[in-house]
Write a protein that binds this ligand. Structure first.
Ligand SMILES: [Zn+2]
Length: 436
């Protein structure tokens, strides 16, 4: 079905990751309609008067499982060494199985859609110990099914945290065969599979190599977390090396690799990442409350790295509201370098994330777009007096949610209401499973 979005105030058509881009770059203020034409005669119309239209947001780093484990006692204001066992104990008590991950993924994906996130990358790290490979496929399929039922795009990242390397590789291989038999992304673009060890602090060379081999065989993207302070500390203690030296040696610095966090990086390391063609994901909504610091996004962008944006999970952030984290990322950027413009951070949350996922059809509204967009109503008092309607999306009206959300030309949120599921049922299903 084709879609026509009528007379928006502004359209963020071609987000720019250039920190020096002139204000208004890639923005259409003409009031012209946005047309998603898939060739069919049937047309849906959306009245966007008083609204700003952006590409659908792309959350490049989430841990959807954590959506069922928010604000747990012992997980706030504690070091990573205390956080990990507290979360692990909660998972153990709840028992990770298809019903749990379906419930947590449904809540996380629905929350994302209601916040304008049309694509989410789920870095799934936790598995029941010693479970058969077939069971891991059932778990992955349950997460994919939950996202697809809701009409959101999912990038399922088969993660690992201290898994046996051979088992993790066999599981990733089986998941890729089952979920994306024709390559890294399904033909309709709704489901992608990637691989991702938790980081050098957690997984060794064998695991990186095993998952890397599966990625090479199936044409999957590779993702990992690097250079949170903790990652550097552990790598130094364990190997006497910094994490990026290890990733380099293990063959994990390349154009198909995205590194999340990157808080503690030297100028030399940034240059090396740029040289290798690596992409990055900033996750300020996790990095800041965990006390890891602020990634120098300005420096990364100026070095030529596409930098996306992710929320990370409910265990540290407790929300999947990517626009709120874009606002936070913008606000704290001046603490570690030149302050980022709102437009640059919005480009991170759209185009930058999409590039890191290897999805050039997402994150913009130019020709060739897959047709994901958000309609943000800026006609209320909280947006009154705003001079730049695109900058206003971040500076004004914190916590805003889109009025309408479209994925692949299909309206999935209208007037702030999820059309693809009953929100209260998703909540009830999770409560039934985890008791809250
Ligand atoms: Zn993370």
């Amino acid at each position: 079905m084709s879609l026509v979005v009528r007379q928006p105030v502004a359209v963020l058509r071609s987000p720019s990751l250039d920190p020096d881009a002139a204000p208004g770059t890639g923005v259409d203020l003409s009031g012209a309609d946005v047309v998603l034409d898939d060739g069919s005669a049937e047309v849906t119309e959306v009245d966007a008067r008083g609204c700003v239209v952006t590409p659908g947001l792309v959350n490049a780093h989430h841990h959807l499982l954590q959506s069922g484990f928010r604000t747990l006692p012992g997980t706030r204001g504690v070091p990573m060494a205390a956080w990990l066992p507290a979360m692990a104990a909660a998972y153990g008590e709840a028992v990770i199985d298809p019903s749990l991950v379906a419930a947590t993924a449904a809540v996380g994906v629905a929350e994302g859609l209601l916040c304008g996130v049309t694509t989410v990358a789920d870095h799934h790290l936790n598995w029941p110990l010693g479970t058969p490979v077939e069971h891991t496929v059932e778990i992955a399929a349950a997460i994919a099914g939950a996202a697809l039922d809701l009409g959101g795009r999912l990038v399922y990242v088969r993660g690992s945290a201290r898994d046996d390397a051979a088992w993790a590789g066999a599981s990733a291989d089986a998941i890729a065969r089952a979920l994306v038999p024709h390559g890294g992304v399904t033909p309709d673009g709704m489901l992608q599979v990637a691989v991702g060890p938790a980081g050098a602090h957690s997984d060794g060379r064998e695991t990186f190599e095993a998952l890397g081999a599966v990625a090479a065989e199936h044409g999957l993207r590779r993702r990992t977390q690097a250079n949170e302070q903790v990652d550097v500390d552990v790598a130094m203690a364990k190997y006497g090396r910094r994490p990026l030296d290890l990733l380099d040696e293990w063959g994990w610095l390349g154009p198909d690799v995205t590194l999340a966090h990157l808080v503690d990086v030297t100028d030399e390391e940034v240059a090396r990442l740029a040289e290798a063609g690596v992409t990055a994901t900033h996750a300020p909504g996790c990095d800041v409350p965990m006390g890891w610091g602020v990634a120098r996004v300005d420096l990364l962008l100026r070095a030529g790295l596409p930098v996306g944006l992710g929320t990370s999970g409910g265990g540290s952030n407790d929300a999947g509201h990517l626009l709120a984290d874009a606002r936070l990322g913008m606000q704290v950027s001046g603490l570690v370098g030149a302050p980022l413009q709102a437009a640059t951070v919005l480009a991170q949350a759209t185009l930058g994330s999409a590039l890191g996922l290897g999805r050039p059809e997402l994150g913009h509204l130019d020709a060739g777009t897959a047709g994901d967009l958000c309609v943000w109503d800026v006609s209320g008092v909280a947006d009154a007096g705003v001079a730049d309607p695109v900058a206003g999306l971040l500076w004004a009206n914190p916590g805003r949610r889109p009025r309408d959300v479209v994925v692949g030309g299909r309206v999935v949120v209208r007037d702030g209401v999820l059309l693809t599921a009953d929100e209260s049922e998703l909540v009830a299903r999770l409560r039934e499973r985890v008791g809250r």
